[in-house]
Write a protein that binds this ligand. Sequence first.
Ligand code: NA7
Length: 542
Amino acid sequence: MTTPTSGPDRPDAVVVGAGFAGLYALHLLRQRGLSVRLFEAGDDVGGTWYWNRYPGARCDIESIFYSYSFDEDLKREWQWSERYAAQPEILAYLQHVADRFDLRRDITLSTRVESAHFDEASDRWTVTTDAGETVSAQHLVLGVGLLSSTNLPQIPGRDDFAGPTYHTGAWPHEPVDFSGQRVGVIGTGSSGIQLIPLVAEQADQLTVFQRTPNFSLPARNGEPDPRFVKRFHEDFENAREELRNSSYGILLEPPTRSALEVSDEEREATYRARWEEGTLTGILQAYNDHVRNHEANHHAAEFVRARIAEMVDDPQVADDLTPRGYAYGTKRPCLDTDYYATYNRDNVTLVNVRRDPIERITASGIVAGGVRHELDALVFATGYDAMTGPLLGIDIRGRGGVRLADKWAEGPVTYLGISTAGFPNMFMICGPGSPSALSNAVVSIEQHVEWVADLLTHLRESDTEVVEAEAGAEVEWSEHVQAAGRMTLYPETDSWYMGANIPGKPRVFLPYIGGVGHYRQHCARIARDGYPGFALRRPARR
Ligand code: NA7
């Protein structure tokens, strides 16, 4: 009997995750002639946009940028209804993509990949799922997302709460009605800041438990910006190239001047104009040294602090909402609709848990600073084990049975954020050490998927079939990622970029801050030069 060379349990590639990354990986690898199986834990495609159904969930990068650009017709035919589309529309878009490119026939939904072990005898990955299926694949493509492993903090009594509890990243599919209820929200990152104004409108009472105030700018959501829509319709190729070679994967005039070389009046006028624009990075990108220089950063931060003071009536509440002690931008900034004004409502209470620490959760609420807050429902907007969490959530073992979790015990080490030594033919889409979290994720995803697809094509054409990052190359790259981080203020701040939101997680700067365009060119050079830093070889046995 001979071993079948293909079939559903022997695809060329297994892709994990059906979000932006996995869907495109499936599409492109199939186009390149590979047989692909995609496994997705959710009951439908969508990834982040399948799970994050909380009220107010929406992208904070303009939808015209936060969507695929690999297909001009797709770009033209899909009209976003808002500048910053809400979760249902983004989910509908991804469902549309799955249907339009006939992706569903290779997707197995409601199935979580539990383990992936590299078999050295055959140079293939053995992938097992929670449905009991085992498949053998030459390549393993991990499109598991950056922010898909939810963080539920270990607060004493957490499981004692008698009412319903929710995490923003695992929101129920049925609408949640908070009418007439006393609701508690823990967390004021992007998710909390989007959710809080809407819950406040519905609930009887809302109590927000804030540990670190964030910098948030008004989104000024509305119609998609006609300038950008026109640009993509009339000048698609150039607009796409500009996006791909930009610093962050958005169309933005790169700043050329320091915040310190202009007069106070000019700086103030610039900040004010950017404040009116309603973009995530408008103020941060007004000058070129905001995330590198404390004094420059201080100017921008002070501008935002002054706006918070204007928007919040109660001076004590305004003071509690004012971010201090870390540089603006070094925690992921936020974009909101009526966030600060929400605290002027009579039914909203802010608890500053730095002053009044959460002591415990009880059956009927939260005790903080000796005060008992009675609650009917509790929302955890407490974020994620970012970037490494989703990868380490799978029992991945490479050559010699080495667990990825053990290899990365001191923090992730990758070559280009795509590959890691000892794990041949395994590819991370937007892994640690790539621009990913510091960019428009969709632009970064497309770059990664295309680069990996080119590499797999090269393997086939050169009859090598097995590729693995070299240890020296990944050490050098990982040191470069940290060195690039150290040229900025990011490492000084406790953020999820640094792994600091998860107790015990190694403190490592997870994304690469070299810029989307620069990184893209570097990856292209590596491909052009025959993949230095990667060992390419023939498979052990066909
Ligand atoms: P974030 O940005 O990680 O925010 C989580 C929030 O939860 C943040 O305010 C945390 O405070 C807070 N938090 C976490 N644990 C606790 C405990 N134990 N007590 C009190 N408060 C706590 O997650 P999001 O979901 O809002 O956003 C994630 C990303 O999604 C976002 O950055 C965008 O890229 C999209 P902390 O700041 O750690 O003091």
